[in-house]
Design a protein around this ligand. Sequence first.
Ligand code: SIN
Length: 384
Amino acid sequence: MPSSTAFSPPSLLIIGTGGTIAGVAASAGSTAGYRAGALPIGQILDSVPGLAALVPEGQLATEQVFSIPSEQMSGAHWLQLAGRLRAWLGGDKAPDAIVITHGTDTLEETAFFLSLVLPPTRPVLLTGAMRPASALSADGPGNLYDACRFALAARQAGVGGVFVSFGGRVLRADAVYKQHANRTDTFAQRFGQPVAWLEADRPCWQQPLPGGMGLRGQFAALPIMQTAPTPASRTQTAISGTQVPAGTQQAETGPLSGDAPLPPVGIVPQHVDADPTMVAWLRSRGCQGLVLAGTGVGTMPVPMRAALAQTRREGCLVVRASRVPEGYVGRNTEARPEDGDDALDFIAAGWLDARKARILLQLCLAAGIHDAREVQALFERCAP
Ligand code: SIN
């Protein structure tokens, strides 16, 4: 347990990135046809009065890093966000806990990316909403309040790393996925159990965290962020007495401004009559790695296997994942050894879905890891 002085008084940073939690519809009765990312983070906080009781005055900072509907999320946004978070976490007085508001559509991908590139020194919780801030039935205020108290409780329990807080539970960044397009309890875990929950009004964290969360912070030392001019749209308030992270006034760490983006990795969706020529096309677009969202346990028909084997021979890394929402993709599940991963030098995604596998492969490539066995070993560190 950390010493009590470390979180007395607690300080909290809330970062806004847009999404439905910041959305505005034409009327209070409407939950569709709204503008996601319309409200700045400061205005969202006005709808969460309980925050003042969680964090003393002057101990709450906010920052609007960008404001987008999350289907617009890109690798450049991730690098920009990770750069800001690294600056805060590495500052001389890092906040005790960080909460990020984010659209739900790609929240699971951002959470996994951040979980790999940030040091797990402080809790960083992403949250969002399925109903716009203007709706009578808005779920954002409750989700944001819960995320803040889960984050502060995590710090108190000595838990660090990136998680998703939604619907009164905290889910693992490597396992979380959006399971429903409309319902407010939209997030589930592909494997394992939620790591925190509310008991009556008390946030409870699983202690210790599951051993299979071994990838947290794996790429925290990767020098992927660079200095770029501060966008005029970004606004910030500082925690009182806190040194604003270096570069905040004139510059920030990230985005990469096009000179060193994340290595391109594509997803090949398998379905009846899927066209295997898309493999060569993705390769011609510069993909250095491909992830098959295969049927069942990452299976594919003969022509798709031939196309992927050919691209692997040409140097492109190939991961077999599954299009099925839950379950495990192990190595060498084919009947004929010559079709197996050992023979073709493929990687099996294990517990990760195709979207998460894509991110892990991107970071492996960014770190200069090109050996399929080395990449496989990293995939295997992620387990229930
Ligand atoms: C988005 O992802 O930005 C829109 C959908 C949502 O936040 O629920």
